[in-house]
Design a protein around this ligand. Structure first.
Ligand code: C2E
Ligand code: CA
Ligand code: CA
Ligand code: CA
Length: 275
């Protein structure tokens, strides 16, 4: 295309939507954001539903953009995945989460999201190992949240990587369960330790019979496979009560606790009982 001259190039530029231009700017900014220390982590509580006992936190990345303010990961993570910047960002997240968790007074679990690109990096399990050694975090306190979409890109490789991180003593949770396209075969093929039902199935689960049937089926699946089930996106007491009555093991969501800086959780022993 270069040889076609600058008129062609200008035409291409003019036909590019504002969205594509924004994306290019964001890609550029994301590549510098780690070095500029623009990322930080917030943590969302995960609690045992029957007792209200805190069991862990999910680390959620935040980007404090110098002029645009906080940008949602729902916006910048997909851009970072496309541009390759996710490798560096994901490493920062893993390191920061392990270092911070190693300093907590309570030895709770820290759950870290792993993107497809990160998982398929040849060095992933070695990086996890190094991060554990450098931070001093006990491997059993780290849980990696992996979506099905991340697995299907290259299943043999994803399986090998999951086995390697599990051999370190790290646990793996299937994230966003129910939103992928072959959940059941993936559950059989990969050595998951936990199922996280996506928040879209928890919304109004206490009021919608169809959604309730799906959630009951997932809970049955978890019991049959011997895997604890975590329900994310719990927003109301009604939803929490439904999950308690159906013996869902773990809950996460605004009703249970909003994501916040770790300092805001005090001694990390706060208890919220379902009823
Ligand atoms: P996710 O892994 O499904 O994380 C749960 C999202 O739901 C978080 O959004 C959380 O703040 C939000 N949430 C929690 N409780 C509730 C609730 O009761 N109701 C509703 N409506 N939402 C709730 P957030 O922090 O904006 O993150 C969005 C997505 O970005 C995450 O979805 C995850 O896929 C991705 N993400 C976040 N942090 C990271 C990261 O460090 N690495 C990677 N690769 N992805 C990340
Ligand atoms: Ca997650
Ligand atoms: Ca989700
Ligand atoms: Ca997700």
């Amino acid at each position: 295309a270069k040889t076609e001259g600058k008129d062609t190039y200008r035409y291409f530029e003019a036909s590019m939507g504002a969205e594509a231009r924004d994306k290019r700017v964001m890609e550029h900014e994301l590549r510098q954001a780690v070095a500029r220390q623009e990322f930080y982590l917030v943590y969302q509580p995960q609690k045992e539903i029957s007792s209200g006992k805190m069991v862990g936190f999910e680390a959620l990345v935040r980007w404090r953009h110098p002029t645009r303010g906080d940008v949602s990961p729902a916006i910048f993570i997909p851009v970072a995945e496309d541009s390759g910047a996710i490798g560096q960002i994901g490493e920062w997240v893993l390191t920061a989460a392990c270092e911070e968790a190693a300093r907590w007074e309570n030895p709770l679990t820290v759950a870290v999201n792993v993107s497809a690109v990160q998982l398929h990096n040849t060095n992933f399990s070695r990086k996890v190992h190094e991060t554990l050694l450098n931070s001093g975090l006990a491997p059993g306190r780290l849980e990696l949240e992996i979506t099905e979409t991340a697995l299907v890109k290259d299943m043999p490789r994803a399986l090998a990587t999951l086995r390697q991180v599990k051999a370190l003593g790290v646990r793996v949770a299937m994230d966003d369960f129910g939103t992928g396209y072959s959940s059941l075969s993936n559950l059989r093929a990969f050595p998951f330790d936990k199922i996280k039902i996506d928040g879209s199935f928890i919304k109004s689960v206490d009021k919608n019979g169809q959604v309730a049937a799906i959630v009951r089926a997932v809970l049955g699946l978890g019991r049959g496979l011997g895997l604890p089930v975590l329900a994310e996106g719990v927003e109301t007491l009604g939803e929490l009560k439904f999950l308690d009555a159906e013996a869902c093991e773990i809950g996460q969501g605004y009703y249970i606790g909003r994501p916040a800086l770790i300092e805001e959780f005090g001694d990390l022993t706060g208890v919220v009982a379902p009823a």
